[in-house]
Design a protein around this ligand. Sequence first.
Ligand code: URA
Length: 170
Amino acid sequence: FGTGHARPRLVFVGEGPGADEDRQGEPFVGRAGELLTRMIGAMTLSRDQVYIANVVKCRPPGNRTPTDREMETCSPFLFRQLAILRPEIIVTLGNPATQTLLATKTGIGQLRGRFHDFPPPGLNRPDLPPARLMPTYHPAYLLRNPNDKGKVWDDLKQVMAAMGIAIPSK
Ligand code: URA
């Protein structure tokens, strides 16, 4: 259901486990996970300094996108994780995580690149601890569209700046 630091400043939220994650019982350990691990490293952080979770906790058959009903069924577990972890910053990876946590149907292309307030008014969950939420592209999308890596790096640099982490010069 998740992995990482018990008191993280930063939480990454993906979509759901794939075959590798299902086998190993840990989020983001397959090919997309390797890229996420490199993205975290580029931020001069490590996986054990952050927390990594998914919207759905079981693998959708054939790696399909989770249905709205599956996301509604699993999201209370994600909200409870966030309530316990109380991160300063949440990075949502791709549409399902972004749309679930921002309670919107707007696409990632329009939402990424700037911070949003979490919880959003539309979620009607004022009980959840406030955080700043940065949507960005999912690493699986970047494996198919490497030309968009620069946009993700721009988003992650904003996260680093918000956390007071020095941005490497190259
Ligand atoms: N993609 C996700 O969204 N989550 C994982 O855990 C692995 C791949």
